[in-house]
Design a protein around this ligand. Structure first.
Ligand code: IVH
Length: 320
């Protein structure tokens, strides 16, 4: 057997630190350990031995140097590999028709060769609810959730991984064949959970939340994940990067559903008239929806065309 290289040792140490931190979180915060104490001790000793043999890898944050699940004093800034954009608004059917015209012209100019138009020349869109919560980005590597970020300023987010791990809608583990994946979506609270939470706040003499969005935002940015865990947070995915086999937005989100994510379930719509029908349907059902929405998001369905259209400043041209 050849000696391990320094890089290999470093990777092994980092892997063990991550694994042990995850077990600390499950034990101390979730009160749901998934390994026996003896197995935990074995991992811990393994890490201790490696760190002793390689003092150059010392870290004060290593689980061998800390107790329990130490709380951070603030959230670490982490850059988004791809910026988290915002959305342009359309306030009327005329706005929407204008946007559709612009998009079709730009696509024709760009020489898009994909079958995006139906025989009547309508472009394929996907329409979905605009969930009123807060945006987060989830990063998976080799199937494991390794990092979860807030939107922040769109370029740099805050690391809220362990708070997001308390949300049951968010899978920790995907099939290992999924290597690198970024899933974006909205953390939100249902209307009924929000009402129940406020009743509880009232009984406890604590401050009331103004609306479900504020309640969700306040809950997910808690320093102590134990507090977050007590809050009824939910997640809906609305975008994904890294699914090689998906060619359209609607298809990509169907794949996400298969991987265990609840999604916004985009509806395919050919052209403006179909979007309008979809909008009216959502408006009629709005009161019955379990969560608050602040509109409909319309996206060009073809992912290559989304890329061709790109963004102006912070707003994508392919969505409204
Ligand atoms: S798409 C690049 N889809 O709306 C397109 N955003 O102004 C931007 N949001 O804070 C994201 N529901 O968190 C998209 N179905 C949805 C959404 C959605 C809610 C939020 C998003 C962001 C804001 C964009």
């Amino acid at each position: 057997m050849s000696e391990k290289t320094t890089a290999e040792v470093k990777r092994e140490i980092e892997r063990l630190r991550r694994e042990i931190t995850e077990h600390n979180f499950r034990y101390h915060i979730l009160a749901q350990p998934i390994i026996a104490d003896a197995e935990y001790d074995r991992l811990f000793r393994c890490l201790q031995e490696l760190e002793t043999a390689h003092p150059e890898c010392f870290s004060a944050q290593s689980p061998t140097q800390t107790v329990g699940f130490p709380l951070q004093t603030d959230f670490q800034p982490v850059p988004h590999p791809l910026p988290m954009l915002s959305l342009a608004n359309a306030f009327s059917l005329a706005d929407l028709a204008e946007w559709d015209n612009r998009v079709r012209k730009l696509l024709v100019k760009s020489g898009s060769a994909d079958p995006i138009f139906d025989p009547a020349g309508h472009l394929a869109y996907a329409a979905e609810v605009k969930v009123d919560g807060l945006a987060v980005a989830l990063h998976y590597e080799d199937g494991a959730l390794i990092c979860g970020l807030t939107r922040g300023d769109g370029l740099v987010g805050e690391d809220i991984t362990f708070n997001l791990r308390t949300i049951k809608d968010i899978p920790w583990q995907l099939p290992p064949y999924v290597d690198q994946l970024e899933v974006r979506g909205e953390v939100y609270m249902t209307k009924s959970d929000f009402a129940a939470l406020n009743e509880q706040q009232l009984r406890r003499g604590e401050k009331l939340f103004a609306n479900p969005r504020n309640a969700a935002a306040g809950s997910v940015r808690q320093i102590d994940p134990k507090v977050t865990r007590e809050r009824p947070l939910r997640f809906l995915a609305y975008a994904v990067f890294g699914l090689a086999d998906a060619t359209t937005h609607a298809h990509a989100l169907e794949r996400l559903e298969q991987l265990g994510f609840p999604t916004t379930r985009p509806q395919r719509a050919m052209g403006v008239k179909a979007i309008q029908e979809n909008y009216e349907r959502v408006l009629a059902e709005r009161e019955q929806l379990p969560f608050e929405i602040d509109g409909l998001v319309v996206k060009v369905n073809n992912l290559l065309d989304q890329e061709r259209l790109g963004a102006v400043g912070r707003e994508p041209r392919w969505a409204v």
